[in-house]
Design a protein around this ligand. Structure first.
Ligand code: HEC
Length: 201
């Protein structure tokens, strides 16, 4: 049974909380946003589930349940059949956070799945669709500089490529030589080719 006096106390406390908030608008707002950012971050579980304490990244086994950001189709007209399809995924909370802020949050993971392509004549026209997976590129956002000594981390991200045979151990050794050069054109977009992801534009 809730006593009437307790109830009154609760109401008084609630209204106090309400009025304190409304008089200190910006601090309470930033408190709220930092709380929601950190709980969203915990929800991602990036640094417990997908990255170990030394900064070794693995391919998230469940990435196909995540948000599909976009697909690249590599035409490769010079070498018919050599084209491919790249499909990019991220966690739901990451896409939502980016829509609000234009930034990738700590713990954001981008998975780019490389697939072969088959091209055929269908009733819609000449159409390409995805075949087998041939590898994975993974980027993990780190706003805290957690793994300064690990050569696969830097410029705000962890970087790794995986062959299909091993989703746990990367074949990449140094992000500066293995990755960064090609991503320079999109440095201003936090090194990500966001122009290919309608939801982030
Ligand atoms: C040969 C150039 C090249 C190299 C090397 C390269 N990338 Fe990329 N990467 C691209 C391009 C271009 C895209 C977007 C277009 C596409 O996939 O066709 C991309 C997209 C990605 C994406 C999807 C998110 C985004 O940025 O749009 C990830 C994840 C990624 N790369 C990770 C890596 C990692 C990790 C490495 C190093 C192990 C790496 N890349 C090396 C050219 C490169």
């Amino acid at each position: 049974m809730i006593k009437a006096s307790n109830l009154t106390l609760a109401i008084v406390l609630l209204s106090l909380a309400c009025c304190t908030n409304s008089t200190t608008d910006s601090p309470s707002e930033s408190l709220v946003s930092s709380v929601s950012q950190s709980s969203a971050n915990e929800e991602l579980q990036t640094f417990t589930k997908y990255v170990d304490e030394s900064g070794n990244i693995r391919v998230p086994a469940d990435y196909r349940d995540w948000v599909h950001l976009g697909t690249w189709s590599l035409a490769n007209n010079n070498e018919p059949g050599a084209g491919g399809i790249h499909v990019v995924y991220t966690q739901k909370g990451v896409a939502e956070h980016y829509e609000k802020t234009g930034e990738f949050m700590d713990g954001a993971i981008l998975v780019k799945e490389l697939l072969g392509a088959q091209t055929e004549s269908l009733s819609t026209g000449i159409a390409s669709s995805a075949k087998d997976v041939s590898g994975y590129f993974v980027m993990v956002k780190d706003t805290k500089g957690r793994f300064a000594d690990n050569p696969l981390w830097g410029d705000g991200w962890g970087w790794a490529y995986f062959e299909v045979a091993d989703l746990i151990k990367t074949t990449s050794t140094n992000f500066k030589t293995d990755c960064l050069g090609c991503h320079v054109p999109v440095k201003e977009n936090d090194w990500v080719f966001v122009q290919g992801y309608p939801r982030l534009n």
